[in-house]
Ligand binder design. Structure first.
Ligand SMILES: [Fe+2]
Ligand SMILES: [Fe+2]
Length: 271
């Protein structure tokens, strides 16, 4: 069940004078990744082939992710009337493919898959909250508010199923931590980099490092300490560690420093 629709967004309040062109670039890229949610649901349904309860949840989840893509794309087209979502999405899906026909999780277990899903939803819920607070454009603010609320619900959804599978599979905290760390480092892999490339510089040739840095430069700059603290708590919870306390405080300081210094360094380097 969707918690909002495109009709709930106050499109008439769009204010071109408050659009930051750097934000438009990352919104276009995000619209690609979100719109690709259907393929990920197919993969999840294959991994959880004998679990109709989870499959139904994964299909509903994908409908919401695809709607995130549609809302962001519609906003990006208001901000940049030359933005051609369909052409960009074709380019994106031609160049970046999710392997959907797996019969087991690439994370080694279903619990591992669910930890990875929790990490992704942690990332998106923190990101859209940070973007909501970073933008002055009222329509984008409203879109991000709605998306961030969905992403938090998605985290809770995957976390509930994770608890169920942990009872069956007994995957330890160390293994879960490894999956989480692996998934976090993958955020600089092809998916976002290719989405940034396909939407912003399609006539150049693709260079993962270059476009990963271009995306990171812009996206990492939105985060404030409170977003990082909350994100770290969600990651710690997903791997079975205490969400708040000294570990969170230490990690949050480190992560926040990493994000801001990387964004500033990449900006100085012209990424
Ligand atoms: Fe999403
Ligand atoms: Fe999500």
């Amino acid at each position: 069940m969707k918690h909002w629709t495109l009709e709930d967004i106050p499109w008439g309040r769009f204010d071109a004078s408050r659009v930051d062109p750097e934000i438009v670039k990352v919104v276009k890229a995000a619209s690609m990744v979100e719109a690709n949610g259907g393929d990920y649901a197919t993969y999840l349904c294959n991994v959880f082939h004998d679990d109709p309860q989870f499959q139904a949840a994964a299909r509903d989840w994908a409908v919401e992710e695809v709607q995130h893509g549609a809302a962001l794309a519609r906003w990006a087209a208001l901000a940049d009337p030359d933005f051609d979502f369909d052409a960009c999405f074709r380019r994106f899906t031609d160049g970046y493919k999710i392997v959907v026909d797996a019969d087991r999780s690439i994370r080694g277990s279903r619990s591992g898959e669910l930890v990875a899903r929790c990490i992704v939803e942690t990332g998106t819920s923190s990101y859209y909250t940070a973007l909501m607070e970073a933008t002055d454009e009222p329509v984008l603010k409203e879109i991000c508010r709605n998306i961030a609320a969905d992403e938090l619900r998605h985290y809770k959804l995957f976390y509930v199923h994770l608890k169920r599978y942990l009872d069956l599979e007994k995957v330890g905290a160390l293994r879960r931590l490894l999956v989480a760390l692996t998934r976090i480092t993958e955020s600089e892999d092809d998916e976002l980099a290719y989405a940034y490339y396909a939407t912003n510089e399609p006539s150049a040739s693709y260079d993962r490092k270059r476009y990963s840095r271009a995306y990171a430069r812009r996206a990492y700059g939105f985060y404030r300490p409170q977003h990082v603290t909350r994100g770290v708590a969600m990651v710690l919870k997903a791997v079975g560690l205490k969400p708040h306390g000294r570990v969170n405080a230490t990690l949050s300081r480190f992560v926040y420093r990493f994000l801001t210094s990387r964004s500033q360094r990449l900006a100085r380097a012209g990424a």
